[in-house]
Design a protein around this ligand. Sequence first.
Ligand SMILES: Cc1cc2nc3c(=O)[nH]c(=O)nc-3n(C[C@H](O)[C@H](O)[C@H](O)COP(=O)(O)O)c2cc1C
Length: 393
Amino acid sequence: MNDHKGLFNSLYKNLISPILKKDSGIDAEYLTNFSLSLLSFSSRKQNWPLISSILKSINKEFCIIDKRLSQNICGIEFCNPVGLAAGFDKNGVAAKIWRDFGFGFAEIGTVTKFAQDGNPKPRLFRLAEEEAALNRMGFNNKGAENLVKNFIEQGIDITKNRNHICLGINFGKSKITDLSRATEDYLTSIKLLIPYCDYAAINVSSPNTEGLRKLQDPFRLREILREIKKLPFCPPLFVKIAPDLGFNDIDDICQLIIEENIDGIIATNTSIDRLGLETRKIKETGLLLSQEKGGLSGRPLQDRANRIIKHIHNINKEIILIGVGGIDSPEIAWERICSGASLVQLYTGWIYKGPKLVPDILNGIIQQLNYHQLSNIKEAIGSDLKWVTENKK
Ligand SMILES: Cc1cc2nc3c(=O)[nH]c(=O)nc-3n(C[C@H](O)[C@H](O)[C@H](O)COP(=O)(O)O)c2cc1C
C-alpha cells in the first residue's frame, strides 16, 4: 500500500497532530475555523498560480483514481465512496476543493433557512485519548441564501457537471422556527439550493437544536418528506438519523422511507449517549461527560453506527445507506461497506488521522477488492466479507 510520505501529510503530522494529542491547548473550534479559512481562501483563489500549484500537489498526494471505486447511485456518479461528513464545511466555503483531498463527495451544511450563531462557546471539545469529540455547535451557519452566494463566488456551476465532486447539502431547521412550522423552514432552504445539490440530506437528528429529534417521529417526518418530494426537480433524498434510536423506531423510519419512495438513510449523527465515557472529565469545563450537553463522535461511536447500518441493510436492501460514525481506518471503512453502506463519510477520524486517511481507505478498499476478486465496490456492499491481511491470504 502507498504509505503517503508526502509533503502535506508530513506538515499535518508535524504541525497539527501534536496539538490533537491533548485535550487542552489550542481550542478545537478555533483550529477548525483557522484551517477552514485557509481552505476557503484556496477555493476562491484557485486561479492564482501559487494556489493552483499547491492544490495540484495536494491532489497528487491524496487522490486515488480507480474505476473499481466508482458507482452510480440514484443517477449520481460517485468517483469513490468516501465523503466528507456534514458539519465541517457548514457554509460551503471550500466546496470546490474537497475533491483535491481525495473525497468522492462532500456534504455541505447543515444549512438553515435563517443565519444563526449557534450555542455559546466553548462548544467543541477534543477527547484526544479516545480519538473522539463532543460538540454542541447548534447549527451555527450563515443561512441558505449565503450558501448560494458562496457557491456562485467559487464558480460552482448549476449544471452539476463539476469534473467531478458530488455535493450533498444537509438541511436543518432554524432555531427560531417552531417545530410545528418545520416543513416550511426546510422547504425554503431546499428550494434555494436545489440547483446545487446532487442529493439533499434531511437532518432530523442533531442533538443540539431543541426538539429537532422529535421530527424523527414517522408522522412528522412523513409530512416533511412528502412536501419536499413535491418540489420540482427534487434531488435524491436522504434522511440523517440519530444513533440513539431503538431498533423499533428505526424499523418505523425504514417503513416510511420505503412507502414515501425516499432514496436512503445517513446513519448516524452524533450520540447523546456517553458510550462508556460517562465519568470522563472535560478539561476545559471541569465537568464530567455525563454532565455536559452535546453529541459524541469519533471512535466510541464505531460499533453502534455499524450495528445500525447492519440492521437497516437486513431489513431492506433497497434503502441506500451512507455510513458515518467513528470511521478512522481502512478496516473500519471496509467493515461499514460490507455491513451495507454504499458510501461512507468521515469527520472526527479525518481530523485525528489527517488527510491521508482518505487515500489510505481507498487503497485499502482496492486491496480488499483484489483479495476477494471483486470487480467493483458495489459487489462488496452488504457482503459481510471480512478484512483480509496480506499474510492471512
Ligand atoms: C464539530 C462537529 C459538527 C457537526 N455538525 C454537523 C452538522 O452540522 N450537521 C450534521 O448532520 N452532522 C454534523 N456533525 C455530525 C457528523 O456529520 C457525523 O455524523 C458524526 O460526527 C459522526 O461521524 P464521525 O464519528 O466520523 O465524526 C458534526 C460533527 C462534529 C464533530
